[in-house]
Design a protein around this ligand. Structure first.
Ligand code: SAH
Ligand code: SF4
Ligand code: F3S
Length: 444
């Protein structure tokens, strides 16, 4: 092994990638490497990439390019590794080989567990390492993790995606759906609780299609899994990401009533308010079906907060169809929404759809949508003023050591005056004021 043992990871993309980075850290620390505070202090830098939109690709290549000078100067004393969703695409690998030939290690989303071996091989054999498995690799259990937070944790319950929404690259970068065994998930969560974790976020591209198999061969669906986890002593909160509307079952909706630990919050990406656009997107639900789900969720759990993802400017989206998205937002009244400009992804069906929307039109629609979304978020936040809410404290803010922040069960960010003894605890906070993206309060 090289003497240079400090590493730094830059993560792009979603919680899946964040969690993969926690695993990479865990494995390297176990092997005796040390996590550097900043990239400049590290001799091994790792980029965990995302390919969801063109911007994500560009940001990665931009940052990678900046390292060339250092690599040329330090040579084998400086190691550059790249991984994540971008590496699952041949055209990206080709670009790296051609334009960034000084990258030392390339590994794919199914090969995360191999990094320590790849580094050993790199230092021993003194030549570049590439490990990309197409897909279908076995699930590797028991990998160590170095968590970002002491009191909350991500837990993968499944990998991959079978849905092939026509705009989306994920099914090509993460492969087909594979679910972990419920026993393995329960064991992991129990261990996390022993280690001080109060809140788990169950991760999958579509957790609603989780299909675990018990040791005795019986099937365990996503709702069954929630009920199992709800029984774990010491665990306080359960969240999940992401939930596809086409598979949101009545049984799961029922869990919001039955399972006290399941937070009053659901992220339910709608993508568009037009049934025609939804069909073109291959989302497999209609506007009416979606609105019906929202109604059922609110009937069962009147406190529930709902957030969503929306794409504007999907190929062929007309002004009227876009207005259907605006009207749906006004009808649902989302607590928050992530809004995206449609971005062409190589190899997806929508890449070849006619009537790609011009950038000016996309931006105009985007701005109108954000205005509607933000007005509603602000109004929704106003409803919390005067209420006392349970907040899981995350820690002090980066800019002011006396201001602490945390999340309510409904995933609202709350800022308040606190002290370090509160970090990781659930405290009662009375809400005194609100902004578009956060609440202000006082501990009571
Ligand atoms: N599996 C999740 C989504 C993961 S990707 C789900 O189906 O809900 C997160 C979000 O990125 C998507 O919900 C979508 O809104 C957005 N997105 C995906 N591909 C995109 C593209 N090509 N252009 C713009 N936004 C995109
Ligand atoms: Fe992409 Fe659709 Fe799968 Fe989500 S469900 S990851 S949007 S293909
Ligand atoms: Fe990006 Fe891959 Fe996640 S493309 S959004 S990091 S699954």
């Amino acid at each position: 092994m090289s003497d240079n043992k400090k590493f730094f990871i830059t993560t792009f993309g979603c919680q899946m990638n964040e969690h993969d980075s926690e695993i990479i850290s865990g494995m390297l620390i176990e092997k005796g490497y040390e996590l550097a505070k900043e990239r400049k202090d590290a001799n091994i830098v790792i980029f965990n990439t995302c390919s969801i939109r063109e911007n994500a690709d560009k940001r990665f290549f931009g940052t990678l390019g900046q390292l060339k000078k250092r690599k040329m100067a330090e040579r084998e004393n400086f190691t550059v590794c790249v991984c994540g969703c971008m590496m699952q695409q041949q055209h990206i690998i080709d670009t790296i080989k051609e334009k960034y030939p000084w990258v030392d290690v390339i590994f794919g989303t199914h090969n995360v567990h191999e990094l320590p071996i790849l580094l050993d091989n790199l230092y021993k054999e003194k030549h570049k390492q590439l490990s990309i498995w197409p897909e279908g690799a076995e699930i590797v259990e028991g990998l160590p993790t170095e968590r970002l937070f002491k009191h909350k944790a991500f837990v993968n319950i499944m990998f991959g995606c079978n849905n092939f929404c026509t705009y989306c690259i994920v099914p090509y970068t993460r492969g087909r759906e594979r679910s972990r065994k419920p026993e393995d998930i329960v064991r992991e969560v129990k261990n996390l609780v022993k280690d001080g974790v109060k809140e788990v976020t169950l991760l999958g591209q579509n957790v609603n299609s989780y299909k675990g198999e018990h040791d005795n061969g019986e099937l365990c669906d996503f709702a069954d899994l929630i009920y199992l986890l709800n029984d774990i002593d010491g665990l306080e909160r359960i969240r999940f990401m992401t939930s596809h509307p086409k598979d949101l079952s009545d049984k799961l909706i029922g869990a919001f009533k039955d399972c006290a630990k399941l937070c009053h919050y659901v992220h339910l990406p709608v993508q568009s308010g037009s049934s025609k656009v939804l069909k073109e997107m291959n989302r497999k639900y209609t506007r009416e079906k979606y609105l019906d789900l929202v109604k059922k969720l609110r009937e069962i759990d009147p406190e529930i907060a709902i957030s969503t993802d929306i794409i504007v400017g999907f190929p062929g989206e007309t002004e009227e169809e876009f207005e259907e998205t605006l009207s749906l937002c006004k009808e649902v009244r989302y607590d928050s929404a992530f809004t995206f400009l449609y971005s062409i992804r190589k190899g997806t069906p929508a890449e070849n759809f006619k009537d790609q929307i011009n950038e000016d039109v996309k931006h105009n629609r985007f701005n109108r949508l954000v205005e509607v979304i933000n007005d509603i978020s602000q109004e929704k936040n106003k409803e919390y003023v005067g209420k006392t809410l349970k907040v899981l404290v995350e820690g002090p803010s980066k800019t002011n050591s006396k201001t602490f922040s945390g999340r309510t069960e409904t995933f609202k960010l709350v800022n308040f005056k606190g002290d370090s003894s509160m970090t990781g605890e659930i405290v009662n906070v009375k809400i005194t004021d609100c902004n578009t993206f956060s609440l202000e309060g006082q501990v009571v």
